[in-house]
Design a protein around this ligand. Structure first.
Ligand SMILES: Cc1cc2nc3c(=O)[nH]c(=O)nc-3n(C[C@H](O)[C@H](O)[C@H](O)COP(=O)(O)OP(=O)(O)OC[C@H]3O[C@@H](n4cnc5c(N)ncnc54)[C@H](O)[C@@H]3O)c2cc1C
Length: 415
């Protein structure tokens, strides 16, 4: 079914009770060509591109909970491609370009809103960093503009840009193509499109172990029985190290909780995404009017998917310093997700050290924007056994050679 004004009108007449299910809920088959573990955005996008780009339809996505119930449905939805290194520019801009055509391609509105992302500098040193970053973006062919203080004031009228502010504004870097997209819709849209191409999406099915033949993994043990496949992709974000340990290898990943917060809804007050280089706090306004805000990781590794007051306090303090009028708002909701952090803040798309297993992980605090690109390049690797050029830098080899792609240090990693 394609969504249109006509289908909307037809379903309105039946009080919206007759919409078809967006995807089937099939029983797991004993064997597939590819199993993708993890029904987040990356797993679902991988399955979709396997079917669409490579004609591999006999694919299962196995999810222990519900689709998008991991970080994909918990993030603050910022998309951008303003990275520093050429390797990052390749994959994140591929992703943003795929996002730009995604709603039309899959016939499902992912509500991409390229409203602009403004990164604020609060000192001369930070401004120099922004200029260097902007130059790198231009060399990488990515759009970006430096903003003067007067221009920042026009983009963010409620910002406290006074010279006496605790974080005075010295300038900013704008990526106009940056913005937000609807996170659930990305998961649901990919799921619907993959299902239409024959992919089996199996929810409430946890992978608890792996089947081995010699030095090769040939299937998974799940809470709903054994399922075999010659190729198994892991796209399980914060649980990558847990599954890697079960498959018999280690990953350079540490899992942390990352939190986000939403205020009560307001009339439109913020037309772009704003991010502070000093505090790491960032904020955007959702279509419902709520301010969506977040900041840095919790300080200690954890698998506890919940929040805490010290982080809330730090992020809210950063927000209120930037936008004093927001101090009057009430916080409505708070939550956390478990993110997979690598020391150079860059992803891993590669074959695992154990044969038969493929990896898509390490996106840490910023992998929502990378869902189309991560899925596209992992599908290429699974189908051809060759690394996609856009993911060439993101193999495990860099941890042996030391050729890290340290985006955390270069361009900051705030989502
Ligand atoms: C609070 C917060 C804010 C964020 N903000 C942004 C942002 O603004 N922009 C941005 O680009 N990124 C952001 N991120 C990061 C982004 O959400 C993630 O990088 C991205 O969603 C990862 O997608 P994924 O598909 O790899 O993982 P997930 O969406 O986490 O999917 C992994 C899935 O694997 C499943 N799974 C795990 N173990 C098993 C098992 N044993 N068997 C079967 N299934 C299993 C999980 O249930 C989960 O559904 C944020 C993250 C958080 C937590």
């Amino acid at each position: 079914m394609r969504f249109s004004a006509l289908t909307l009108a037809r379903n309105a007449l039946s009080f919206h009770e007759k919409w078809p299910q967006l995807w089937r809920s099939p029983e797991p088959q004993p064997r597939y060509d590819v199993i993708v573990v993890g029904g987040g955005g990356h797993g679902l996008a991988t399955a979709y591109y396997l079917a669409k780009e490579h004609g591999i339809h006999n694919v299962a996505v196995i999810e222990k909970g519900w689709l998008g119930g991991g970080n994909t449905g918990r993030n603050t939805t910022v998309v951008r491609s303003n990275y520093f290194y050429p390797e990052s520019a390749l994959i994140y801009d591929l992703s943003l370009r795929l996002y730009e055509g995604l709603s039309r391609e899959i016939g499902f509105n992912v509500m991409l809103s390229q409203r602009g992302l403004v990164t604020l500098a609060h000192s001369t040193h930070q401004l120099e960093m922004l200029v260097r970053w902007h130059n790198a973006m231009r060399l990488n062919g990515i759009d970006g503009e430096l903003l003067s203080v007067a221009e920042v004031r026009r983009w963010l009228p409620l910002l406290n840009a006074a010279p006496t502010a605790r974080y005075p504004v010295k300038g900013a870097l704008l990526q106009r193509r940056g913005g937000v997209a609807r996170h659930d819709a990305v998961a649901w849209g990919y799921a619907r499109a993959a299902d239409a191409l024959g992919v089996d999406i199996i929810q409430n099915c946890e992978v608890n172990g792996f089947l081995r033949e010699g030095d090769r993994i040939v299937g998974v043990e799940t809470s709903r029985g054994r399922i075999r496949a010659p190729k198994i992709a892991l796209a399980v974000a914060g649980h990558s190290s847990v599954l890697a340990a079960k498959a018999g290898f280690r990953l350079p990943i540490t899992s942390y909780a990352l939190q986000a917060y939403v205020t009560e809804p307001l009339k439109p007050v913020l037309s772009c995404v704003a991010l502070s280089m000093s505090t790491g706090t960032y904020v955007s306004q959702s279509d419902k009017g709520e301010l969506v805000t977040g900041g840095a990781l919790d300080l200690y590794p954890s698998y506890a998917q919940r929040g805490n007051l010290p982080t809330l306090q730090g992020i809210v303090a950063g927000l209120v310093e930037l936008f004093p009028s927001f101090s009057r708002l009430r916080m409505l909701r708070q939550w956390a997700g478990i993110v997979d952090v690598v020391h150079d803040s860059s992803p891993i798309i590669d074959r695992a050290p154990v044969r038969g297993v493929y990896l898509n992980c390490g996106w840490g605090t910023g992998g929502f924007k990378a869902i189309p690109g991560g899925g596209f390049t992992l599908a290429h690797l699974l189908a051809t056994d060759r690394q996609h050029p856009a993911a060439a830098g993101f193999t495990l080899r860099r941890f042996a050679t030391g050729a890290l792609i340290d985006e955390g240090a270069a361009a900051g990693i705030s989502h």
